[in-house]
Design a protein around this ligand. Structure first.
Ligand code: TXA
Ligand code: MG
Length: 370
């Protein structure tokens, strides 16, 4: 069944931006590009509009939203920080904003409760994407925006991806176009960090690895004497996590086909013919050529970065997962297993986190002849 297209696509022209800003200001929803992924925006000050974001995404009300501001100076009006965390906040925003860092802080009381999902905190971020900033500026309000996909599905990095998931909804989409600076340059979401004061120290907690590597955060933390802990969890829906960031589900960014993390293991006794017939229904998403020996037998094969470049892989990841689920005749998606990179301080950890969740942590070993 194909759903009737209702969503309106707006061009990235001054008129399109003005119209998109008007949609947000008047309580409507508008998807827009950022340097990470497309967000589904609503005025953060309008409780009804924020509730519609949850409905349209089919997202549980227990998962809070990030609020986007056009310039760093607009953030303090949303958060309520005491001295130690104010210092860390200023240092982090000075170093990384505009950019892919979300800071979760105690929320000011005028913000709607549903933004915070009962946490009394709010995540804020100033995106660097020119169009996103011009749109928020045109809207004249802070903009709440989760990724513009159906809950649990692969995040969108083009307007076409947004249409695939949300085209049947009464929303607008500001189309960033497909080239150069219009693109979602990073391709994976922002890094999410919580700030909490204990005594005279600001404690930072890394909730979600993302486009800003942990190593960059650590540098600033040591300069301001803040401590950085990690609280990533991989919770199942039936067992919510206790990390302080409710969105940490095991299954996330998932293609609409069963997916598994795949490793090729050397086995002198392997029956390659058997494994080839099995692979005939599988799409292989590789990284750095580690699954290259499966290419011939697989239904389809793509490498996120044959050279093993994390930046290139992050940029290609979500588009490739959406491509994989659409390959005719495909029954499974096998993705290169990057589990060993999940605790890394480098960008690859953000990619490793996404592929782990895309596969719900399922892993498979394919034996091949040595
Ligand atoms: O790059 C991004 O961050 C994109 C673009 C559109 O800005 N947005 C995005 O939003 O990824 P979303 O809703 O798909 O993911 C936000 C994550 C969720 O895991 C959520 O639980 C966490 O951030 N988060 C948001 N506000 C929070 C809060 N107040 N406390 C704890 N975690 C929060
Ligand atoms: Mg999301």
């Amino acid at each position: 069944m194909t759903t009737k297209r209702v969503a309106r696509v707006l061009p990235p022209t001054p008129d399109g931006i003005e119209r998109a800003g008007g949609v947000l200001r008047s309580g409507g929803l508008c998807a827009f590009p950022t340097e990470t992924v497309y967000g589904l925006g609503a005025s953060a000050l309008d409780e009804r509009a924020v509730r519609r974001v949850f409905e349209v995404k089919e997202r549980p009300l227990s998962d809070p939203l990030i609020v986007h501001v056009a310039k760093p100076e607009d953030a303090p009006a949303l958060v309520d920080l005491d001295e130690p965390c104010r210092k860390a906040f200023d240092a982090l925003t000075e170093a990384f904003w505009p950019g892919p860092l979300t800071l979760v802080c105690p929320a000011r009381s005028h913000l709607p409760d549903c933004l915070s999902a009962g946490t009394s905190t709010v995540g804020v971020r100033c995106p660097s994407h020119e169009l996103a900033r011009r749109l928020i500026d045109a809207a004249g309000v802070p903009v709440a925006a989760p990724s513009a996909n159906k809950f649990g599905h692969v995040s969108p990095t083009t307007a076409a991806h947004v249409l695939d998931d949300l085209g049947g909804e009464d929303i607008s989409i500001l189309d960033g176009g497909a080239s150069g600076s219009a693109q979602c340059e990073h391709g994976i979401e922002s890094t999410v960090v919580g700030l909490r004061t204990e005594g005279t120290t600001c404690h930072l907690t890394l909730y979600r690895r993302g486009a800003l590597p942990r190593a960059s955060l650590e540098e600033i933390c040591s300069q301001v004497g803040a401590r950085l802990n990690t609280a990533e969890t991989y919770a199942s829906e039936s067992k919510p996590d206790a990390s302080g960031s409710p969105g940490q589900l095991l299954t996330h960014y998932a293609p609409r086909l069963p997916a598994a993390l795949c490793t090729v293991v050397a086995d002198a006794a392997a029956d390659d013919a058997k494994s080839d017939s099995y692979l005939a229904n599988c799409v292989v998403v590789d990284f750095g050529g580690r699954l290259k020996t499966l290419e011939k037998a697989a239904r389809a094969y793509r490498d996120l970065s044959a050279a093993g470049d994390a930046k290139v892989a992050a940029n290609a990841l979500f588009d490739t997962l959406r491509w994989a689920e659409g390959v005719p005749g495909a029954a499974n998606v096998f993705i290169a297993d990057l589990s060993e990179e999940r605790a890394s301080s480098a960008l690859i950890a953000g990619v490793a986190d996404r592929v782990y969740r895309a596969a719900s942590g399922n892993a498979i070993e394919i034996p091949r002849k040595t």
